[in-house]
Design a protein around this ligand. Structure first.
Ligand code: ATR
Length: 280
């Protein structure tokens, strides 16, 4: 019998050397008895479209897309799923049997699964604060509104960007915009950091009064342990604060499911990943 080569996947970004996706997907493959190849490719902005075209022409089965290419991926594919269209960004690509290149976005599911399933946080009937107004924040809005919070407040250092983003989702739910410096005495049940501040070890200039003893903080970013933002939340009396490592694993699990048709177990992978990152 002729030997069959494994189905080929990759994560593409710039930079990409830090990416845990190959390890995560190989763990998922092992756990579900699948055989896949999953690589890591550093592609500059100018070369992104050519790379994606070549990858699928040469038989690649699926791509994960990370910074800074998610918006370019959404613009490049033939069709977007509704959740990728709402996010304005795609992080999971595949080609249908009719050749149509599809872009989906699993970040929102990743966030919700981590918050709700892994951490037991309910979003319905809650006041949610979303900090940031870039691509990462945009991807969170529709999934959060789907959970029917009482309010979703987008706060950004540059208030105009928060207003533009809120306007995009007006009519989809109770979304409003504020300047980060203008949150007054409002308190929130859930405070999500979708800024890139953690990447440089900073915290957004958030008034500690937004946090009360039942507040849950969530940072889309992750590090060895706590981030500057999760520390800020805990220091100011939040009930709990979590980093985005679980979201990383859960968005990968959803991508794996889309490609392979089988849901991988995530708990052990997340535990091992936490240990690996702490040991670095
Ligand atoms: P991404 O696609 O990762 O969201 P982005 O579009 O560059 O990246 O957006 C970065 C977000 O982080 C913005 O909301 C930015 O605020 P501004 O719009 O005011 O620039 C926010 N951000 C970055 N560093 C920050 C900091 N130190 N404090 C507060 N907000 C910060």
């Amino acid at each position: 019998m002729a030997s069959q080569s494994a189905d080929r996947y990759a994560v593409v970004g710039h930079p990409i050397s830090h990416s845990r996706s190959p390890w995560i997907h190989h763990e998922f493959a092992k756990a579900t008895g699948q055989t896949i190849e999953y690589g890591r490719v550093d592609v500059a902005v100018a070369d992104f479209s050519r790379f994606v075209g070549d990858f699928f022409r040469e038989g690649g089965r699926g791509l994960n897309v990370t910074l800074p290419h998610k918006e370019a991926a959404a613009a490049f594919v033939d069709t977007l799923t509704p959740r990728a269209a709402a996010a304005g960004a795609a992080n999971t690509l595949w080609q249908q049997s009719d050749g149509v290149l599809v872009g989906d976005n699993t970040d929102g599911v990743g966030l919700l699964t981590d918050l709700m399933k892994n951490h037991g946080v309910s979003l319905a009937n809650r006041h949610i604060l979303l900090i940031g107004a870039g691509g990462a924040a945009r991807g969170c809005i529709a999934p959060l509104l789907d959970q029917q919070p009482i309010s979703l407040t987008i706060a950004n250092r540059t208030a105009d960007r928060a207003h533009s983003l809120a306007a995009l989702f007006a009519g989809k739910g109770p979304v409003r915009a504020r300047s980060l410096s203008d949150l007054g005495g409002t308190v929130f049940d859930i405070v999500i950091n979708a800024t890139s501040a953690s990447l440089s070890g900073e915290t957004p200039a958030l008034a500690p009064q937004v946090i009360h003893r039942d507040t849950v903080g969530y940072d889309l970013a992750y590090g060895k342990g706590d981030t500057a933002f999760t520390i800020f939340c805990k220091v100011h009396g939040a009930k709990a604060a979590y980093t985005g490592l679980g979201m990383l694993v859960e968005q990968a699990a959803e991508a794996f499911y889309l490609w392979r048709g089988v849901k991988p177990p995530t708990e052990a992978v997340l535990r091992e990943l936490q240990a690996m990152i702490r040991a670095i």
